[in-house]
Ligand binder design. Structure first.
Ligand SMILES: C[S@@+](CC[C@H](N)C(=O)[O-])C[C@H]1O[C@@H](n2cnc3c(N)ncnc32)[C@H](O)[C@@H]1O
Length: 256
């Protein structure tokens, strides 16, 4: 486990920043989309998260209806579609670039439907057995209200599988970590080639950090996200610090 001493503490929101100024600082998910799966392929921490989710799915009763909210390029939906071929799965993703990559990737699965709305505009309620929301909540507006939306999608007793970036995205720290890993796996020139192909990732991660610092994106401690989930109507079954200490994983049950 690497030292977490470099992580900056969760910062208070910048209350002086107007709503419109905050809205200007946002990641360009479409620009991110083309390079996003490089991250999936080459970041061992991302792979660990995917395996963790696959393990979770194997321990629960097959869900009838699953939502993947902010599903991006569809990596979690792909696992759900493979492990639960009988489930009805809806990938909810407002960014056209991300959604396009997901649709191309998942074209072989006939149990997946797509919805291009943001969570705040998605009006389904009360029927899902499982809601997945990975690394998307922090980027949504009014995140505590969005947690209540996630609760609204679930039937009582249904589960939320939530992973959220909570601490400042330290771009230099991630660059060092990934470069060392890639150099070991692919040699110096291989690592440089992958970094060049994935340069959009570094650019968008820098924007994510800026949005976090300006309070447009949510930063939280483990205790803060736990209390927000409880307030939204969830019992927390399990909580872990993941993604090198940058993110929180919560498995929750919707209270009745
Ligand atoms: C870092 S990506 C995560 C994608 C995927 N869940 C994964 O872990 O591979 C964040 C995603 O959240 C989506 N997102 C941002 N705001 C959203 C909102 N208000 N409602 C739903 N999704 C949103 C973005 O479009 C983007 O695809």
């Amino acid at each position: 486990m690497p030292s977490l001493g470099h992580l900056e503490a969760s910062a208070p929101l910048n209350l002086t920043l107007s709503k419109s100024a905050k809205a200007l600082v946002r990641a360009d998910w479409s620009a991110y989309a083309t390079a996003y799966d490089l991250l999936s392929e080459h970041n061992p921490e991302y792979q660990t998260l995917l395996r963790e989710f696959e393990g979770f799915l194997e321990t629960i009763e097959t869900p009838g209806l699953i939502y993947d909210i902010g599903g991006g390029t569809g990596n979690y939906t792909e696992i759900a579609a493979r492990i639960c071929p009988e489930s009805e799965i809806k990938l909810v993703e407002p960014d056209v670039g991300m959604l396009g990559v997901a649709q191309a990737k998942l074209s072989g699965h006939d149990n997946v439907e797509y919805d291009p709305r943001a969570l705040e505009d998605f009006d389904a309620s009360g029927t899902a057995d499982l809601v997945i929301c990975v690394h998307a909540l922090y980027a949504m507006p009014d995140q505590r209200q969005r947690l209540k939306d996630l609760r609204r999608l679930l039937r009582p007793g249904g589960r939320l599988y939530l992973v959220d970036l909570g601490r400042y995205m330290n771009v230099a720290d991630w660059r060092r970590y990934l470069f060392a890993h890639l150099k070991q796996e692919h040699g110096l020139f291989g690592a440089l080639r992958i970094f060049w192909q994935g340069r959009e990732i570094a650019k968008q991660n820098a924007t994510i950090l800026e949005a976090q610092k300006k309070g447009a994106y949510w930063t939280h401690t483990e205790a803060e996200i736990a209390s927000a989930a409880t307030e939204a109507g969830f019992d927390i079954i399990r909580q872990d610090s993941v993604y090198r200490g940058y993110s929180d994983l919560l498995v929750c049950r919707a209270t009745s």
